[in-house]
Design a protein around this ligand. Structure first.
Ligand code: CU
Length: 104
């Protein structure tokens, strides 16, 4: 963890404001309240069939903090909902690359 857990319990903090904005922005999905959730869409190159989609989905869901991963074969994208305090886009990309696909 790079930065300390400041802000979460301070009602007017900047972090909480940003978090509230994200909460309002995200889709109505089944995540618990109280988690700083972010959604990212990552370009995934090299997927050719539903087996690839499954591999990428599995790789993403195996990352700590990932709540949802929707991989689109046609669009060559992965849309991931994750807890920002536990993971990052860089780590998600790394997981995709470790599964054998390129990211952008
Ligand atoms: Cu495939």
């Amino acid at each position: 963890m790079q930065h300390a857990h400041t802000g979460l319990y301070q009602p007017m903090s900047y972090e909480l404001t940003m978090w509230t904005m994200r909460m309002a922005h995200r889709n109505a999905s089944s995540s618990e309240e109280g988690i700083p959730v972010a959604t990212a869409t990552i370009m995934v190159k090299g997927m050719t069939c539903s087996g690839c989609v499954n591999s990428v989905t599995k790789a993403l869901k195996g990352v700590k903090g990932v709540q949802e991963a929707n991989v689109d074969l046609q669009a060559q994208t992965a849309t991931v909902t994750f807890d920002e305090s536990q993971t990052s886009v860089a780590q998600l990309k790394q997981a995709i690359e470790e599964a054998g696909y390129d990211t952008e």
